[in-house]
Design a protein around this ligand. Structure first.
Ligand code: NAD
Ligand code: LMR
Length: 348
C-alpha cells in the first residue's frame, strides 16, 4: 500500500497489542500543514475528542510543496508520544488520504486577507472541493465530512454533489458554523455576566459569512429566554449580530492572519457534538443539507439548530418561533447562499 511505503508513515504496533479491544477512528485532515492544522492535530491525537478508549489514526493531506513542512508537524506529533495515536498517513493524493476514513476534516484551502469577504474565495477554493468530493466518493463510504475551508457552506455543497455520486448520503456533508455559535455564546455570556455554559440553545442560521444570523431570540441563559435576561433588544438586534458577523474579519485585522486556535477548537466541538447525544432541550449549530424545514431551499448547506441522536445522525430542530426580524435575516442569508451556488453550479 502506498501509505506503507511513505517515509513519514509510522505504525505503532505496541498500542495495538496493549489495547486490542479499543476501537480506532480514522480521521483525515486536509491542509494539515496550515495554521488550523497545527492547532487541530495534537488535540485530535490526544484523545479528547473521541474518548480515552478510542485510538486515532490520522491521514494528513497536503499539496506537494507543503509536504516538507508537514514532515515537521508529524515529527512533533510523534514527539508528543500520545498513547492513543495509532498511525499517521501522509500524502498529497486525496484518494489515498480518504481511504476508509470515518471523518474528513476539510480545512485545506486559501484563507481570505484583509478587506475580503469569504465568498471572494469561491472561484479559487471551489475546485479543491470538486476533486476532494470525487476522491471521497471513490475512497470512503461510512464517512462524515466537515468543511472548514471557506466559503465553507458552498465548498461543502460542491463536495456533497460529488460525494453522493459514490453513494455517500448527502446528510454526511457538513460545514462549520460552530465557531460562530461559540463566539455568540461567549458574547452573550459576557453581556449577561454569566458563565459560557449558562448559555444554551444558540442557533446560527445560514451562511458562515457576514449574512449569518446569530439568533438571540431562541437562545437561553440559565434556562430563561436570553432576551429577558439581557433585556436590551437594540443591542441584541444590532451590535451583537454585527459583532458575530464580523468577528472573523476582526481577528484578521488584529492578527494579520485568520482565526486558527478558535477555528480548530470549534471543529473539534462539532465532531464531539455529532458523535455524542445532544442534551435534552438543547441543540447546537451546524451547516447541513436542508430538508425543507423552515421553508428554506433544500439544496443548500445551511446552518440550522440541530440535535444528534448519539449515533452520528443529525436532525433539524423543528417548531422554533421566528419573528419577522429573524425571518428577514434568515432569508437574506439564504439568498446569499443561492447566489454562491449559482457561481459554482458548473462545478457540480
Ligand atoms: P493556512 O493557509 O494556514 O493553511 C491552509 C493549508 O491548506 C496550507 O498548508 C495549504 O498548503 C493547504 N492546501 C491548499 N490547497 C490544498 C489542497 N488542495 N489540498 C490539501 N491542502 C491544501 O490556512 P488556515 O488558517 O489553516 O485556514 C484554512 C481555511 O479555513 C481557510 O479557507 C480559512 O478561511 C478557513 N477557516 C474557516 C473557519 C470557519 O469557521 N469555517 C474558521 C477559520 C478559518
Ligand atoms: C473565521 O470566521 O474566523 C474564519 O472564517 C476566517 C475568516 O475569514 O473570517
Amino acid at each position: 500500500d502506498a501509505a506503507d511505503s511513505h517515509p513519514l508513515v509510522t505504525h505503532d504496533k505496541t498500542i495495538e497489542k496493549e489495547s486490542p479491544m479499543s476501537r480506532t477512528v480514522r480521521v483525515a485532515v486536509t491542509g494539515a500543514a496550515g495554521q488550523i492544522g497545527y492547532a487541530l492535530l495534537p488535540r485530535l491525537a490526544s484523545g479528547e475528542v473521541f474518548g480515552h478508549d478510542t485510538r486515532v489514526s490520522l491521514s494528513l493531506l497536503e499539496i506537494t510543496p507543503a509536504l516538507p513542512a508537514l514532515e515537521g508537524v508529524v515529527m512533533e506529533l510523534q514527539d508528543c508520544a500520545f498513547p492513543l495515536l495509532d498511525d499517521i498517513r501522509v500524502t498529497d493524493n486525496a484518494e489515498e488520504a480518504f481511504d476508509g476514513i470515518n471523518w474528513g476534516l476539510l480545512v485545506g484551502s486559501k484563507p481570505r486577507g484583509k478587506g475580503m469577504e469569504r465568498g471572494d474565495l469561491i472561484r479559487e477554493n471551489g475546485p479543491i472541493f470538486v476533486g476532494q468530493g470525487a476522491a471521497l466518493a471513490k475512497a470512503a463510504s461510512d464517512v462524515r465530512v466537515l468543511v472548514v475551508g471557506n466559503p465553507a457552506n458552498t465548498n461543502s455543497l460542491i463536495a456533497m454533489k460529488h460525494g453522493v455520486k459514490g453513494g455517500i448520503p448527502r446528510e454526511r456533508f457538513h460545514a462549520m458554523t460552530r465557531l460562530d455559535q461559540n463566539r455568540a455564546a461567549a458574547q452573550l455570556a459576557l453581556k449577561a455576566g454569566v458563565g459560557v455554559t449558562d448559555v444554551t440553545n444558540m442557533t446560527i442560521w445560514g451562511n458562515h459569512s457576514a449574512t449569518q444570523y446569530p439568533d438571540a431570540e431562541n437562545a437561553k441563559i440559565n434556562g430563561r429566554p436570553c432576551t429577558d435576561v439581557i433585556g436590551h433588544v437594540a443591542w441584541l438586534q444590532g451590535e451583537f449580530i454585527e459583532l458575530i458577523q464580523q468577528r472573523g474579519a476582526a481577528v484578521i485585522a488584529a492578527r494579520g492572519l485568520s482565526s486558527a486556535a478558535s477555528a480548530a477548537n470549534a471543529a473539534l466541538d462539532h465532531v464531539r457534538s455529532v458523535e455524542g447525544a445532544t442534551a435534552d432541550g438543547d441543540w447546537f449549530s451546524a451547516a447541513i443539507p436542508g430538508d425543507g424545514s423552515y421553508g428554506i431551499d433544500e439544496d443548500l448547506i445551511f446552518s440550522y439548530p440541530v440535535r444528534s441522536d448519539g449515533k452520528g445522525e443529525l436532525s433539524i430542530v423543528q417548531g422554533l418561533e421566528l419573528s419577522e426580524f429573524s425571518r428577514g435575516k434568515i432569508v437574506s442569508s439564504e439568498k446569499e447562499l443561492q447566489e454562491e451556488r449559482a457561481v459554482v453550479e458548473g462545478m457540480f
